[in-house]
Write a protein that binds this ligand. Structure first.
Ligand SMILES: Cc1cc2nc3c(=O)[nH]c(=O)nc-3n(C[C@H](O)[C@H](O)[C@H](O)COP(=O)(O)O)c2cc1C
Length: 185
């Protein structure tokens, strides 16, 4: 697959085909590509926790309980994002949690690069992904559960086989280059 095509056609996947499960081998391959992302001083600040099967279900139960317990602290929009994100993650095969183990000033940039690299590789493998920042709602619980205490939870990435609905799905509109860039020459 051409890289340009993958960049333009990758979509946030919220609809999956549950008849096919993503394997550990496929997830390992995605993560291997993620490790080839650039990072400040080659610090490679990313760490991953890969949740499949019952472990994925347990993760989602914790997320949902946390959201319900703290419902009164959220705006309606926040509450909807949390519940919608949990529902979307449930539909896929696996969740990859991405942690920052270095917490330096370049870490967020490096980790963003790793996540996008992983997602483009997944797309190339015929898989759908969803980048979910909303998992931070239960970050402390997850750090304990997955032995990542002292690290910062950056995001969760849902992974699965996309449903037919995702084929050719248009993305939300983008600003034009003229709206986002200024050229000096
Ligand atoms: C940093 C970041 C955080 C995101 N967090 C969430 C999230 O918590 N829940 C969700 O459903 N989608 C989330 N998304 C997906 C965006 O909504 C999506 O990328 C955007 O609407 C553009 O759509 P596209 O990915 O199909 O091009 C996130 C994306 C990024 C890059």
């Amino acid at each position: 697959m051409e890289l340009s095509k993958a960049i333009l056609e990758r979509r946030s996947c919220r609809s999956y085909n549950r008849e096919k499960e993503v394997t550990e081998e496929q997830l390992r391959e995605m993560l291997e590509y993620a490790t080839w992302a650039p990072s400040g001083t080659n610090a490679q600040p990313w760490r991953f926790s890969v949740l499949m099967g019952e472990k994925k279900a347990e993760f989602l139960e914790i997320m949902r309980n946390k959201v319900e317990e703290n419902k009164e602290n959220f705006t309606e929009q926040q509450y909807n994002i949390y519940t919608w994100s949990a529902l979307s993650l449930e539909k896929g095969s696996a969740i990859v949690l991405v942690w920052d183990c270095k917490k330096t000033w370049t870490s967020p940039q490096s980790i963003g690069a790793a996540i996008q690299t992983m997602m483009l590789k997944a797309y190339d493998m015929g898989l759908g992904t969803l980048w979910v920042a909303a998992v931070h709602v239960a970050a402390e619980e997850y750090a304990k559960l997955y032995n990542r205490e002292g690290m910062e939870l950056i995001a969760g990435v849902g992974v699965g086989y996309p449903s037919e609905k995702m084929i050719g799905k248009k993305g939300p509109p983008r600003l034009s280059v003229d709206e986002v860039a200024e050229f000096f020459n």
